[in-house]
Design a protein around this ligand. Sequence first.
Ligand code: NAP
Ligand code: HSE
Length: 436
Amino acid sequence: MTIGIGLLGLGTVGAGVAGILATPSGRHPLVGELALRRVAVRDPARPRPVELAAELLSTDPEAVVDDPAVDIVVEVMGGLEPARSLILRAIAAGKPVVTANKAVIARYGEEIAAAAAAQGVYVLIEAAVGGGIPIIEPLKQSLGANRIQRVSGIINGTTNYILSRMAAEGAAYADVLADAQRLGYAEADPAADVQGGDAADKIAILAGLAYGGSVPRATIPTEGIDRLDARDVAYAAQLGYVVKLLAVAQAMPGSQAEQLLDVRVHPTLLPKVHPLAGVNGVNNAILVEGDPVGQVMFYGPGAGAGPTASAVVADILNIAGIRQATGNGSNARLDPLLAAGSWRPCRLVDSAVTSHRNYVRLRTSDRAGVIGAIGTCFGEAGVSIQSIVQFETQSAGDAEIVVITHEVCEANFRQALAAIEALADVQAVAACLRTL
Ligand code: NAP
Ligand code: HSE
């Protein structure tokens, strides 16, 4: 039984998918049952890394969705619109959808899931998080018996590639970002990568699956690597840490009626021995902590044509397998684990009540008593210091002081910083990063 595929987009990911479909030999036999029927692009004249018959290409994505020869719609065009409307159009036509579009799913996942449930079709999103790493299906299915305590990870390949090369080679930020774009890792607008928005989309999706309810994407505190100073990466290294863009979703104590969560994205100092500290280049890793499983880590290439296409085609095969088992699948009831609907409300906590370890770099006068005064401000706010180190600066009479705190309540930490900023000998709180 041949299954018709309609591809919306033939860029980095779309070309990877077309490449797998064109070469089924040695793969699962179901791959040989998939036939690429139509492909939507913006510019049919653009050179492509895969050879396709010219008549397959269309500049009308709605026509691709509507084509009766298309059984499964694969959305890999990116952006919010028309991607969202095309996904909803496919669902309304009773066609299952596979998408790699985390931006759409993080914002419109509830709307899309409701439409899919009403129509009895699957919308599968394995490629939306972690590139080639299987993490969506494990969260939906293999880890379903657990109470998830925390999901944390490096889930943006572009920024991990940039940070790794800056740390290893001292490479310049702009040069490495250009390489990440050339290699197909970055989003069409790389601001989404470097400002942390892409990782926030992905942690919203992971948290939604781990905790069973939609997470309000717009309220996730998000900080990227675009304002990270190379000096902090160097100081962190001297103190035994690496800096990574970390996304975290953590269960917080609260009522039975809803799940309270601390969800955030920011550059973070990881001790060099931490399991995520050795994740370099375009690789991603997601650490899931659950009861009773303990810690499970998923690791692999987080972006790029091949790895992402591997995840997209896995989703297509899941749907193809169900269609094969049920005839055409149209009257089958959805498997609740694969469909992954919400089962409880989730809400983000006020970050002022959360607790973290912190790294602070202060620019100060190099005078007797400065470190004492800083220590007093922390102490009076109830913030316990783990270490305080003074680094040499180029300008005589000035000092750079780096403080690492123990785990402290965010509100107390902010109170200490306000008092420190008011000290006459403190020129600036130059950097503030979270520490694990
Ligand atoms: P891309 O290289 O920019 O490709 C986008 C494709 O969509 C292009 O072929 C483009 O046509 C086509 N397209 C865009 N708007 C269109 C429209 N209105 N009508 C018809 N065709 C349109 O993007 P990508 O890197 O493959 O990413 C695609 C999606 O996968 C995004 O949601 C991204 O976030 C996600 N993703 C990407 C990666 C990765 O490593 N790149 C990994 C995971 C997930 P033309 O070629 O003619 O311009
Ligand atoms: N731009 C994304 C990244 C693609 O660098 O991780 C994979 O989702």
